[in-house]
Write a protein that binds this ligand. Structure first.
Ligand SMILES: C[S@@+](CC[C@H](N)C(=O)[O-])C[C@H]1O[C@@H](n2cnc3c(N)ncnc32)[C@H](O)[C@@H]1O
Length: 224
């Protein structure tokens, strides 16, 4: 099945609201578990860049789990960031360590030139050019920065995508079911991601399938 792109930015308020309200506990917990198991010996500290942070659930989880980190979440959608900022208002203890920045990648203006950790969940499949993610990593990482990216894998067929919608978001509002379906169709296959990484001299990063519809790209950044 060919990839069918979807709009990059989630600008619509109804869409952003449905996303912010949805229960992403399973994939977002998996994100945190996999990050921890990939870097068990590392002291996770310093500045973290969350690319395409959306309504900020991963930024929040990261800040809670790693108290020595400051998180900069960047997203091009004001609507998504509005829900992120509302969420943050409920977590007084985290407010000093999370900053949400409105910015369109790859040209966003960020507070730091380079980051100790770069994370991203579900951004890659939104990008019109996947190079934006890999170029941003190359620009914003320094040697030994930790890189951890999770995204959807494109299913084999439309039918398979429909089955996954039923299985994973069957009880969510229709706007979210539609978004999930479109996201599955817009996602990359692992072999495509491996080719992208090679093209940016990032072929040393590991790519693992972690569920029937997610992969992760992870490793330490090496200057090449
Ligand atoms: C599916 S959401 C994921 C949000 C969040 N990472 C999460 O896991 O909940 C993808 C986000 O990427 C943002 N996005 C897409 N392309 C972007 C770009 N070029 N620059 C900045 N943000 C972008 C969208 O606005 C959207 O909020």
């Amino acid at each position: 099945m060919h990839r069918i792109p979807e709009p990059e930015l989630m600008l619509d308020d109804e869409q952003a609201h449905a996303y912010a309200q949805a229960d992403f506990n399973d994939p977002n917990s998996l994100f945190m578990q996999r990050f921890a198991s990939e870097f068990p010996q590392e002291q996770i500290a310093g500045y973290v860049l969350d690319l395409g942070c959306g309504a900020g659930d991963i930024s929040r989880r990261f800040a809670q789990h790693y108290p020595q980190c400051t998180i900069h979440g960047v997203d091009g959608s004001r609507a998504m960031l509005k829900y992120g900022r509302e969420m943050l208002a409920q977590y007084e203890a985290l407010r000093q360590r999370i900053e949400f920045i409105e910015g369109y990648l790859p040209n966003a203006t960020l507070p730091m030139a380079q980051y100790d950790v770069i994370i991203s969940n579900s951004l890659l499949h939104h990008l019109a050019q996947p190079s934006v993610l890999w170029e941003t990593i190359k620009l914003r990482a320094k040697p030994n920065s930790l890189i951890f990216i999770m995204d959807f894998m494109r299913p084999e067929s439309f039918r398979q995508a429909e089955i996954m919608v039923q299985e994973y978001v069957g009880s969510e509002p229709s706007v979210l079911r539609r978004d999930f379906y479109n996201s599955l169709l817009a996602a990359y296959r692992i072999d495509e991601v491996v080719e992208q990484l090679k093209g940016f001299n990032l072929g040393y990063l590991k790519v693992h399938e972690v569920t029937d519809h997610h992969f992760v790209v992870m490793g330490k950044y090496l200057e090449t």
